[in-house]
Ligand binder design. Structure first.
Ligand SMILES: [Zn+2]
Length: 199
């Protein structure tokens, strides 16, 4: 028989599946929650339950949003001549915080991982092309992660975009190789945007 009460064991198991969460931290978090006020637990549970139900993918940029189109695509002030391509929705907030991009985004929702069998049809890569046919877009900024998979993805996109005669740029180095955009600080990311180079 287990020494851990079943509801706690169940929570620990669920928490352990989260990224960056080992069994020990899952257990610590579970006991922390157990001792938290009821109102906090209810708020957490409610926000988890509404997470999937109330979110949609923007049909233009494939960002997760509470409306379609998302607030960025719907904003008439945004520069429609620039599209910045990112791997994940969570890459957008750090780029926005730099204050250096005021164009639109295209969220791939993944990257090419040939070793794991993830190809172009598994992510939103081909959906970028029709967006470029309006003639409005003058620059595509590739902001995939500086990882092997991110580079592979960037090169694939360049091949798609170049024949259309649109400038392709990529965030400058300065971002440590192997790092993830989501965790880059604003200074580094801002500089990478400013010194982006033709790719
Ligand atoms: Zn959008």
């Amino acid at each position: 028989m287990s020494i851990t009460a079943e509801p706690i064991a169940r929570l620990v198991q669920a928490l352990s599946k989260l990224p960056g969460m080992g069994p020990k931290s899952a257990q610590r978090l579970a006991y922390h929650l157990l001792l938290s006020p009821d109102a906090e637990i209810e708020e957490l549970a409610a926000s988890l339950l509404s997470l999937k139900g109330s979110l949609v993918f923007c049909s233009q940029c494939f960002n997760v949003a509470d409306s379609d189109p998302c607030s960025i695509c719907a904003d008439p002030q945004r520069d429609r001549t620039v599209i910045c391509v990112v791997e994940r929705p969570s890459d957008i907030p750090p780029l926005e915080r730099t204050g250096k991009l005021d164009g639109l985004y295209h969220v791939l929702n993944g990257c090419l991982r040939p070793a794991r069998g993830i190809g172009p049809d598994d992510i939103r890569i081909r959906e970028l092309v029709p967006r470029l046919h309006s003639g409005e877009v003058k620059e595509v900024i590739l902001a995939t992660n500086p990882t092997v998979e991110g580079e592979t993805t960037a090169m694939y996109i360049r091949q798609l975009v170049e024949p259309l005669g649109i400038k392709v740029t990529k965030l400058a180095r300065g971002l440590p190789y192997g790092a993830e955009l989501e965790y880059a600080d604003e200074m580094t990311l801002g500089q990478a945007i400013n010194s982006r180079q033709e790719f």
